[in-house]
Design a protein around this ligand. Structure first.
Ligand SMILES: [Zn+2]
Ligand SMILES: [Zn+2]
Length: 177
């Protein structure tokens, strides 16, 4: 717990680490390490969060478990002033900083860190760019091969066959043949 209004004038530096921190949904962070810096700036607080972790989640198409290294380096201004928060950004020195509403006098260190990682977490992670996903009928992972539900030709056309049918569409075929 950080007391925002009793910070030393030179700022407060905190380092932390946890083995595992759950995120929203079924994702989590593993081997999380962070460094947090809080510096009083007038009535507001300059905050910096730097850290790294392994993000654990699932492929958004085929749902296999995924691991991704995740690094965070963010700086923002915490303020109690609703006017400043309403403007959304504030220039401090040469930096344009996002303003985050901090109505309380105290700040939960792990919560701030978790929020910053949450913002960096992949939105639609894929096990590979051409992940084929799951069969909506039987649930089989199509990356492991076709299922028995539908004949090959009925499935979503590949880029090659799309290009091929586009090319064929340009050729006039004799309707009688
Ligand atoms: Zn996948
Ligand atoms: Zn199927």
């Amino acid at each position: 717990m950080i007391d925002l209004y009793k910070l030393p004038p030179e700022g407060l530096r905190l380092n932390g680490a946890v083995d595992r921190l759950p995120l929203e949904g079924d994702a989590a962070l593993r081997d999380l390490e962070w460094a947090l810096f809080a510096l009083p700036s007038g009535q507001d607080i300059f905050l910096e969060v730097k850290g790294q972790a392994i993000w654990e989640g699932t492929c958004s198409r085929c749902l296999v478990p995924l691991d991704r290294p995740l690094a965070v380096s963010s700086q923002f201004l915490g303020s109690k002033d609703p006017d400043l928060v309403g403007r959304g950004a504030h220039t401090l020195g040469s930096q344009d900083l996002d303003v985050v509403f901090l109505p309380e006098d105290t700040l939960e260190e792990a919560e701030v860190v978790r929020e910053q990682f949450e913002l960096q977490a992949p939105m639609h992670p894929l096990c590979s760019d051409d992940c084929k996903g799951l069969c909506p009928t039987c649930g089989k992972n199509w990356n492991k091969g076709p299922c028995q539900c539908r004949p090959e030709a009925d499935r979503a056309p590949s880029a090659l066959s799309r290009a091929l049918s586009k090319a064929l569409a340009g050729i006039k075929l004799d309707p009688e043949s």
